[in-house]
Design a protein around this ligand. Sequence first.
Ligand code: PEP
Ligand code: MG
Length: 756
Amino acid sequence: MPSQSATSAREILTGLHDVMASKASAQAKLNKVVKIIAEAMASEVCSIYLLRDGVLELFATVGLNQEAVHVTKLAMGEGLVGTIARHAAILNLAEASSHPEFAFRPETGEELFHSFAGVPVIRKERAIGVLAVQHADPRAYDELEIEALQTVAMVMSELIANAGLADKASAAGEGRAEGTQHLTGLRLVTGMGKGNAVYHQPRVLIEHTVAEDIEAERHRVYSAFSKMREQIDAMMGQAEFGTVGEHQEVLETYKMFAYDEGWSRRINEAIDSGLTAEAAIERVRQRMQQRMRQIDDALLADRMHDLDDLSNRLLRIVSGQLGTAAQAGMPQDAILIARNLGPAELLEYDRRKLKGVILEEGSLTAHVTIVARAMGVPMIGRIGNVRRAIAEGDLVLLDGGEATALVRPTSAIEEAFDTQFAATQKRRAEYAAAKDKPAVTKDGARVSVMVNAGLRDDVAALDATGADGIGLFRTEFQFLVSATLPRREAQQRLYRAVLDAAGKKPVIFRTVDVGGDKSLPYLNASPENEENPAMGWRALRLALDRDTLMKSQARALLEAAAGRELQVMFPMVSEPWEFDAAKKIVEEQRAWLAERKKALPARILYGAMLEVPSLAELLDILLPKVDFLSIGTNDLTQFLFAADRSNPRLAERYDWLSPAILRFLRRIVRAADKYGVPIGVCGEMGGRTLEAMALIGIGVRRLSITPVAVGPIKAMIRSLDAKAATAALDRLLARPPEDFRGALAKWAARRGVSMA
Ligand code: PEP
Ligand code: MG
């Protein structure tokens, strides 16, 4: 049976429905609305204030003096109405004048009324107005009356927005309850960016709030719940092999809420009061948010946040608004906000419009971070409750290097940011001007500084940075951005374009590295659930088992490099025989082409990635076979430390500048030197100045790094004495201090090594 609140709200909503459907002017409609509410609630006064030009204006009233309409205005935070709007919170007072914020407005004649209840009218999470009732008797309104008032306010927001009466809720900063917010998270990709917040999964805009057919709305919610539960169950299954961004713990909570009967019951009650399915979900969500504001418990706030997330998911399902912001079209300067993203999801965005990314989760070596780095998009992670802190449309100043985001800045803050931004641009310009200076240390050691790439446009980085070549071309990026398996011709076209653009500079193509957190929906790469995807059936393991993919890629590479040099390397080689097997596939394709008298590469160089520790024990067997070796520190360190590179909890736990890693790497470098095999580092570690200095200290002479790091790394190299660095590293590694990083940084500072 519908509750009492449902019946009283329903009575009002039926009236409102007719008003909204009528052809009257917006003002006439509002006049009618206040009348309906006042009658239904037996209230002596009912008034609507709307936010216009930043102030709350009395738009319609019964009970107060009509002369006050469009005359009485209150600033945000001023009086009871302004307080409600500022905090988007309810006020329920038996004696209005005793509230500290009460502001008496003689023109209204409100001195006759003692009790006051007001609720915010919310649009896109911001108050765009206030709906208030007043009585002469001092009385507090009961919960049911407040509930009815809120339901009505929700319907009003539709009417107001459709008529364009109030300030647009999306206008940055306006009508926003909080002022500037300073958020600090985890540094993922350095760089600065300025733009307006865009949710990866946009908030659903509710078009219709009043139900035409309550049974039909109930049914819609019912099927949306089933669909959502199905989705969550599927995600729980997939999460075990890491194909979705969300983590297990979050999903557990999701599941708990998705099956929570209390939640679905409350939504159904809201539908009974006359709301559409969307409006009912939103209504319940708002109510929860209000409760949340009153409870100061971080844990509970987190749970509520999950429920909020889930409400949005349910809303998306019920309204059919399922696309991401990438599909919906983005504004010019956007800062993307998401809980987490997969690499393919990020690649869907137009990098020219994307000025930054803020994630609630995120870790340094997760592939989405690498993709962001490749796209040159600053990114920070680990910002809790990001959707509460940043609303859609908010202006955000992002500093990836400092791992900070300034939300809704004042103009003074914005100016300071712009100045700093200009300074970094200037520094970039200086790096660009120095791009042709070779990366030679003060004592004459030449370091080859190459870039990591994966997209066609990345090749432009070669010229822009003056890098020595592409040390890692992640061929799987083409597979990740494609909805279907890229054909051999498409692969060949990309490789040829890359080689053409690189000209004389070398390019090292890495064969497809999928699996782990780079899943391809069309490949069905992990038929069984893997408990440990990073250590699972991925990269070369998958490629050798399913060699059709590898064969076709090998052919594409050989054809693209006809008449030129082809450098190819294999990911995740764990034992030398895997290198042999992979090389054999390429050689067979070469023979096939040769038989048919097709043009062949002038020379082929074969390399292996060293990213699985077992291979380091078999270097005496491997090294004589390979033309070069490339250390993938992202994977290598996760395996060395048994610390999942995608797990945000472990993001700050292990340091690349740890003696274990550096000693391990030094051993590999020394072995390669002994065999005369060129060796480089292509993990993210090499793109950080202090880390790169340490790598040079242990003997590394080839780095392949993210393009934006080339300038600072070259500057570091040119200010470094390599022999002195080696001596320092030997000393520190012999007796590692507790704070290895600190000791190394101090050494660099003493020696005047550039650490920009
Ligand atoms: C690595 O593991 O260090 C590496 C360069 O490869 P990826 O990050 O693509 O796994
Ligand atoms: Mg790797």
